[in-house]
Write a protein that binds this ligand. Structure first.
Ligand SMILES: *Cc1c(COP(=O)(O)O)cnc(C)c1O
Length: 422
């Protein structure tokens, strides 16, 4: 392979980058840090800092409870409509609410209630553990009659589409997968899987946590039934920002949330004693939303809408391809293996580099080299390439500093014992 591994080449790629100007719209501490974890916690948009101050002082401080009648009550649906445009959903199908885990629970339970006679749930061992715990919890509260089939990746990083289709049968109630897998960055062929599941009468729930804001998601065109995802990753919504959920419009009449709260009631302020679900997506809300966090995510979402998913995807592909080229030239000879598919259409926007000493290398990067990736067991160093603000020089610096950790044997000074948060 003929790749120019000089830093100059990275600078040239940055000069040609159409999105380069967006980097300055995010907060950067002046310390030369290379931030490669935007897929876990997105950077702070400059506008967000201003907006939060305004919400706190003007809306909470000055207007107090009147703000509920001004813009707070509608916020979960209004911000939801903006996210809808990032996931290919027509209006009226997306709301911001709760955490990803809780939304997945609401949607999975809703699906299982719609298919009471079917007892199989199909997922994979690549899924985020919280998604799997949530499914186990559903099976538990429904009496332990469901069987959760967890498909295994043959190559450690992806489950073949044919294997997924092969697992879906007439007893399958629900198929639920992460569109982009959190460890390997593998991206499923969501349309094919959704269409096949429907032929078999099963419902499909997509977790978009590592997909939204970085890859094309077309929920309506796929015919997806349900979806949920994080807003603190590529949407830059801030730590603990609430998640979003999607329910296809024609399912909304029959689908019910398992959590019947007053925000999902048809008339919350009538204080009726009997629950009656609201029309539309609102019935999937539960209780009072975290207003500060809902509103704080809006500037980040607005920036993504301004750029648009096609341009984000294009840059993301350039970034991941460049990283994989550098990996081949510089890191593979040092004992690293690639934990992410090489096929462009099969990967999202983060890349995993595997090394037997991955944990210690990751610690050395953070503590001595001012690079911030993250580590996922057993041996994955994950580099999140966030098209909004990651530069080609960031990619070059990451690879170069990983190379230096190895050649200077810096990682050997760190223990294997894991810290609480990796
Ligand atoms: C990040 C992530 C989550 C996190 O769920 P929370 O409820 O927000 O903690 C869930 N699923 C996937 C696939 C994720 O990537």
């Amino acid at each position: 392979m003929n790749i120019d591994i000089s830093r100059d080449y990275a600078c040239k790629l940055d000069e040609k980058d159409e999105l380069a100007s967006y980097r300055a719209k995010f907060f950067h501490a002046e310390d030369g840090m290379v931030y490669m974890d935007g897929n876990s916690l997105g950077r702070l948009p400059g506008q967000t800092a201003e907006r939060v101050e305004q919400i706190v002082k003007d809306e909470w401080g000055a207007k107090l409870i009147r703000s509920w009648g001004l813009n707070w009550f509608q916020a979960p649906l209004q911000v939801g409509e903006k996210i809808a445009q990032l996931v290919g959903a027509a209006p009226g199908q997306v709301a911001v609410s709760d955490s990803t885990t809780i939304n997945l629970y609401k949607l999975a339970m809703s699906a299982l209630m719609l298919r009471p006679e079917r007892k199989k749930i199909v997922t994979d061992t690549l899924n985020f553990p919280s998604d799997l715990y949530m499914l186990q919890g559903c099976a538990h509260v429904l009496g332990g009659k469901h069987h959760i089939q967890m498909l295994e990746p043959a190559d450690g990083m992806r489950v073949d589409t044919r294997a997924v289709l092969g697992a879906i049968d007439s007893d399958t109630a629900l198929v639920t997968l992460s569109h982009v897998v959190f460890k390997s960055g593998y991206m499923y062929d969501a349309k094919t899987i959704t269409e096949f599941a429907h032929q078999k009468g099963a419902l499909v729930l997509w977790d978009l946590s590592h997909a939204v804001g970085s890859v094309p998601v077309e929920l309506d065109a796929w015919g997806a039934d349900f979806a949920a995802g994080c807003t603190y990753k590529y949407l830059n919504g801030g730590p603990g920002a609430p998640a979003f959920l999607y329910v296809r419009r024609d399912l909304q009449k029959e689908a019910l949330s398992p959590i019947w709260g007053w925000f999902g009631q048809r008339a919350p302020f009538s204080f009726e004693l009997e629950y009656a679900p609201a029309e539309g997506i609102q019935r999937f809300l539960s209780g009072t939303p975290p207003v500060l966090s809902v509103l704080a995510m809006e500037p980040g979402v607005d920036l993504l809408l301004e750029v648009g998913i096609p341009r984000l995807r294009q840059k993301s592909i350039q970034l991941t391809t460049y990283l994989i080229d550098l990996f081949d030239a510089v890191l593979a000879p040092l004992g690293f293996t690639l934990g992410t598919p090489r096929e462009v259409e099969q990967r999202g926007s983060h890349v995993s580099l595997r090394h037997p000493d991955g944990y210690r290398i990751n610690r050395a990067l953070i503590e001595e080299m001012n690079v911030i990736p993250d580590f996922r067991e057993p041996d994955n160093i994950r580099l999140g390439l966030t098209p909004m603000y990651t530069s080609f020089q960031d990619v070059w610096e990451s690879v170069d500093r990983i190379r230096r950790v190895i050649s200077e044997k810096r990682h050997l000074r760190f223990p294997e014992t894991r810290l609480t948060v990796t």
